[in-house]
Design a binder for this molecule. Sequence first.
Ligand code: AOF
Ligand code: ZN
Length: 362
Amino acid sequence: MDTAADTTAMRRAIALAARGLGSTSPNPVVGCVVLDAAGRHAGEGFHRRAGGPHAEIHALRAAGGRARGGTAYVTLEPCNHTGRTGPCAQALVEAGVARVVYAVGDPNPQATGGADTLRAAGIKAEQGLLAAEAEAGNAAWLTSVRLGRPYVLWKYAATLDGRIAAADATSRWITSPESRADVHRLRAESDAVVVGSGTARTDDPQLGVRGVEDAVQPLRVVVDTAATAVRPGARVLDGTAPTLIAVAEDADARHLPEAAVLRLPRAATGTGLDIPALLRALHGRGVRSVLLEGGPTLAGAFVAAGTVDKVVGYLAPVLLGAGPAALADAGISTISEALRLDVTETVRIGPDLRITAVPGPA
Ligand code: AOF
Ligand code: ZN
């Protein structure tokens, strides 16, 4: 039976986990709170970076002897394996906690089984408290473990009438400085930032994180099928962060640094590269979350491939009436095929509106 104190402790653990966003990949974000036998706060911690101590270890260290007879609240089932660090289930047994409440089961086949280990040692282990919130907080990692591809967040910035540029292609600046700063936070939380050839050609973006403290620079990826958009001297080749230029297997990419070239098959239908193949290649390089930043053609290909997990739209109170739409052809030709979304959040960002939505149940 979960009490109000259980919920408060788990909510705190979820908030702690979020502090690891952007620095734990390819590992999950995890938070842990330990209450003593009398229900008083004894310790807490979160996973800071892959290879470092797990959340439970930080929290148990902080709690010391006060963990004995107490309860540990963890956002993810404690691990059962010796990987880069020891098994947390065993550490919880040794600390003498009486009960472990965790939100989400661990889908990682190497680490699973922690709850069984706890129960075998006589510890109560309960799954499911605030599971939906904990899932949402760890969406990138859980998606990548379950699907074998990175989580994809498509972000766009548009006018209220859905346009990303004027008819003459001018686009600076549709959204506010506040919205642009918010995008840098999204970049900092992502393992890779992906743009298409049109964006590379017209904007020559640098794609780095600016203005976010302690940010890990994401991998920069340009989908440049024909290898014609990224020229020597392009800002993505400035050496400040790793970069990949994804090109078709038959493209002439001799002008690009060999180490930056990622050769992929073309899409079976239509134009461009095979998006699932791109995502598999990125996953193989440790990428667990992708921020898809444009433009409309590439976003259309991702939507058509069914590989958009979340949409974040920044809408500026501006009208243009003409100019390109945020999303180009996504293989949808009639209303019954429309991709329907559930709005999960709406926030004012400066003068703009930020809308977050996820694909609804099919
Ligand atoms: C974490 N942090 O706080 C917890 C994790 O590579 P390792 O040895 O650190 O193990 C990573 C796995 O451990 C991870 O995939 C997940 O299944 C489990 N739990 N991982 O990085 C944590 N509790
Ligand atoms: Zn662990």
